[in-house]
Design a protein around this ligand. Structure first.
Ligand SMILES: *Cc1c(COP(=O)(O)O)cnc(C)c1O
Length: 392
């Protein structure tokens, strides 16, 4: 195809099958759009995929909600410190703040881009009560070291698994190491429901409380009040939130989850093809996954270092856009944002690895929707931009 006629490649556009479309239609025709039987089925399917019993999971309307509700359900002391990574989406930090807790950053390992266990240890104070690691790009964090630290200092662990629905560490699914694992089904994630999330909890009591908190603090949800068993009264037992997932969302999720492994294989192939094609390029490429982990292949990120490539990162993004290829930045260090700088006095220089990575990183398209020729287009565009930059 003439590249001038090629459509814009939307970054993170998901692969949606006919099954999802049909299920949403059936859901609409059923008259039950809110939280009901399809959410229950999605929870069961998700629990089965993770190898846990259904009472250990709770569907919610985002990963942000999952993180927030997990920390509230855990009952940490007001203002307690939660150690997390600066190389994450702002929602990770915002959820800590909304839970009435204090975020504390620990820098990432420059190779894995995941939070460094040594940096966690160094950030612990008498006020620390939890660690919130993010399995960055789908690469599992060093969970053996993180859990050792947690046990030693009696800290709660909340895993941000937004990138990592398929990821495993030493054969065990991520999200099952800590007290909570929080998953995202946002439109660009590995499994999508449009907006959506899931909480996985080691303790059934924590999940039961999270479910109540996620629906106004009510003792019974709507399906149990308006279902075919007759009206049931509810009691408000906590001041909760409005975080429930709809059946409309679960209708998509059920079929997305059924194809999770198939899509993972496709993204793995694309990831590996990028790795092979870019091996000679003057880019910082992601470290290969280790043998004892299963990478989720959510993001393929390259580092554009101006000294090596002759082009600035933002100019590179602009050049990709001109070639009709959508890219992402995951992430500018959270310490780059003015709100946190004002509130906590954070400066990016305090976490130099995250600062450098965030200023150089570019995420290339990595969706199961991409055809081989789409991937070829991405590779050609990157090569062309780098060749032009080197020639200047
Ligand atoms: C997407 C994302 C979130 C938030 O997920 P939502 O479902 O959009 O609320 C949290 N953390 C990370 C690392 C993410 O990528």
């Amino acid at each position: 195809m003439n590249p001038n006629e090629a459509p814009f490649l939307v970054f993170g556009a998901p692969l949606i099958g006919e099954e999802e479309i049909l299920e949403v239609e059936q859901c609409l025709r059923s008259g039950w759009l809110g939280t009901g039987p399809r959410v229950a089925r999605f929870e069961q399917d998700f629990a089965a995929y993770k190898g846990v019993a259904a009472p250990h999971v709770a569907a919610v309307n985002s990963c942000t909600a999952a993180l927030h509700v997990s920390m509230v359900a855990a009952g940490l002391d007001p203002g307690a410190e939660v150690i997390t990574t600066p190389l994450t989406f702002c929602a990770t930090v915002n959820a800590i703040i909304h839970a009435g807790l204090t975020p504390v950053l620990a820098d990432v390992d420059p190779n894995t881009q995941c939070i460094s266990p040594a940096a966690i240890e160094a950030a612990i104070t008498p006020r620390t009560q939890a660690i919130l690691p993010v399995h960055f790009a789908g690469r599992p964090c060093d969970m053996a070291s993180i859990m050792d630290i947690a046990v030693k200092h009696k800290l709660l662990v909340i895993e941000d698994c937004a990138h990592a629905v398929e990821s495993k560490y030493r054969g065990q699914p991520v999200g099952t190491f800590g007290d909570f694992g929080c998953f995202s089904f946002y439109a660009t994630k590995n499994v999508v429901t449009g907006e959506g999330g899931m909480i996985l909890g080691r303790s059934e009591a924590h999940i039961a409380r999270a479910k109540v908190l996620a629906l106004h603090g009510m003792s019974k949800d709507a399906w149990h009040r308006f279902g075919d068993q007759g009206y049931k009264h509810y009691q408000v037992v906590e001041c909760g939130f409005k975080y429930n997932m709809m059946d409309m969302q679960a209708a998509i999720g059920i079929h997305q989850l059924a194809r999770v492994e198939q899509n993972w294989l496709r993204r793995r192939d694309i990831w590996q093809r990028y790795q092979d094609e870019f091996a000679p390029a003057p880019l910082h490429l992601p470290t290969e996954p280790t043998d004892d982990t299963r990478h989720g292949f959510h993001l393929y990120t390259v580092g554009v270092e101006t000294q090596r490539t002759g082009i600035e990162r933002d100019a590179f993004l602009d050049q990709m856009n001109r070639r009709k290829i959508g890219t992402g930045v995951h992430y500018l260090s959270v310490a780059e944002h003015p709100y946190y700088q004002h509130r906590f006095g954070w400066q990016p220089e305090h976490w130099p690895n995250a600062m450098r990575l965030g200023r150089e990183t570019v995420s290339l398209p990595l969706s199961a929707l991409l055809s081989d020729s789409d991937v070829t287009r991405v590779i050609a565009a990157v090569s062309d931009i780098l060749a032009n930059a080197a020639a200047e």
